[in-house]
Write a protein that binds this ligand. Structure first.
Ligand SMILES: *Cc1c(COP(=O)(O)O)cnc(C)c1O
Length: 337
C-alpha cells in the first residue's frame, strides 16, 4: 500500500485487505475465515443489536526496530475478553484461538503495518457479539467473533500534550456491581452523552467518581486514572468497577522496575491536589497527561499545561521502547507474529 501517508495517519477506520471472522454454533467455533468485505449479513433479531450482547477489545501490533512485528500483551486482552464474555453470557473465545486469529489477520494485512520510525502501529480490534436471533431475554444461540485491523498514527505528533478533564456529577459510568470492569460495548454508549457535554465545554476527557458516593476517583470514560504523588509514588484507584487496563498494568510494572513505590488504593477526590502528575492511560495513547480537573466551581491544577511531567514521560518512553523493541522486553510482553 504505497499510497498510505504514514505520517498523516490518525485514529480512524480505514479499509484493509480483510478481517477474520469466526462463528460459534451448537457449542463449537468454526475454523475462521478471512473476509474481504467490511460488512456482516446479520439477522435482524440478533441479540447484540437488541440487547447489547457485545464485547470488544483493543491492542496494537508494532513494526519493531529489528523489522519483526510484535503484538503487545495479547494474552491479557484474550483473558479480558473471556471475562467480558462470561459476564454477559456469551460463548468464550479460547486464548489459543484468539492469539491465532490475531496472527492470521495481521499476516493477511502485513502491508498496512506502519514502518518502524513513523510512530504508527496496527490497531487490533476484536469484537464478539451475540449474532443469533433472540427476542425473548436469554443468551443468543449463535456468536460471531471477528478481528479487524487498521493502521493508526502516533496520537501526539509533537510530544505528549496535557489536557483538561471534567467531572460531571450528574452522570455515572459504571455501577458498583455492574459491568464497569468488563469491556462491553454499552459502556461506551452510556458515557457518550456526558462526553459530548464535556467536549462542548472544552474538556476532552471526563473523569468519573464512584457511583455510590461520588467521593472516590474511578477512571476516565475510556482510560484509567494514574497519579504520581509529590513524593514520587505511582497511585491508581482500587475499585471493582474500574476496567482493568493493560496499559495501566504495564506502566505500573515499569514504575516498580524503575523503583517507584506502587499503590493500588482508594483515591479520594479531596486528595487530588496531592498529585504532582496525573495521566489517563489506555492502548490508543499510552498516557495523556492531565493538567487540570474541574468539578463545578472547583478547579484543581496539576503540573504544567505546557508538557508532560517527568515521571509519566519516563514511563511513556519505557512502554513505547518495549513496544518498538528498543528496550529489553524483560517481562516477555511482546508476542511475535
Ligand atoms: C479499554 C478501556 C481502558 C483502557 O484499557 P487498555 O487495555 O489499557 O487499552 C480503560 N478504561 C475503560 C473504561 C476501557 O474501556
Amino acid at each position: 500500500m504505497s499510497e498510505i501517508d504514514w505520517g498523516a495517519l490518525g485514529f480512524k477506520y480505514m479499509d484493509t485487505n480483510c478481517h477474520i471472522r469466526y462463528v460459534w454454533r451448537d457449542g463449537v467455533w468454526d475454523e475462521g475465515t478471512l473476509v474481504d468485505k467490511p460488512y456482516i449479513d446479520m439477522h435482524i433479531g440478533a441479540a447484540c443489536l437488541h440487547y447489547g450482547q457485545a464485547a470488544f477489545e483493543g491492542m496494537k501490533a508494532f513494526r519493531c526496530k529489528d523489522g519483526n512485528v510484535r503484538v503487545f500483551r495479547p494474552d491479557c486482552n484474550a483473558q479480558r475478553m473471556a471475562n467480558t464474555a462470561r459476564r454477559t453470557c456469551m460463548a468464550v473465545v479460547p486464548e489459543s484461538m484468539f492469539l491465532n486469529a490475531i496472527s492470521r489477520v495481521i499476516k493477511a494485512n502485513e502491508e498496512f503495518i506502519p514502518p518502524y520510525g513513523t510512530g504508527g502501529s496496527l490497531y487490533i480490534r476484536p469484537l464478539l457479539v451475540g449474532s443469533g436471533p433472540q427476542i425473548g431475554i436469554a443468551p443468543a444461540s449463535e456468536y460471531t467473533f471477528l478481528i479487524l485491523v487498521i493502521p493508526v498514527g502516533p496520537y501526539y505528533k509533537g510530544g505528549l500534550q496535557p489536557v483538561k478533564a471534567m467531572i460531571l456529577d450528574d452522570y455515572d459510568r459504571a455501577a458498583p456491581l455492574g459491568v464497569g470492569h468488563v469491556k462491553v460495548a454499552g459502556n461506551y454508549a452510556a458515557s457518550l452523552y456526558a462526553h459530548e457535554q464535556a467536549k462542548h465545554e472544552g474538556y476532552p476527557v471526563e473523569l468519573y467518581l464512584d457511583a455510590r458516593t461520588h467521593t472516590y476517583v474511578e477512571e476516565f470514560a475510556t482510560s484509567n486514572f494514574i497519579g504520581i504523588t509529590k513524593d514520587g509514588r505511582y497511585v491508581t484507584p482500587d475499585s471493582p468497577s474500574v476496567l482493568p487496563s493493560v496499559t495501566n498494568m504495564s506502566l505500573k510494572q515499569n514504575g516498580a522496575d524503575l523503583g517507584l513505590p506502587v499503590e493500588v488504593r482508594p483515591v479520594m477526590f479531596d486528595g487530588l491536589a496531592g498529585f504532582a502528575e496525573v495521566g489517563a492511560c489506555g492502548t490508543a495513547v499510552v498516557v495523556t497527561p492531565v493538567c487540570e480537573i474541574v468539578r463545578g466551581e472547583t478547579v484543581i491544577k496539576i503540573g504544567s499545561p505546557e508538557g508532560c511531567g517527568p515521571v509519566l514521560q519516563k514511563l511513556y518512553e519505557t512502554v513505547q521502547g518495549i513496544q518498538y523493541g528498543e528496550l529489553p522486553d524483560t517481562h516477555g510482553w511482546c508476542r511475535e507474529v
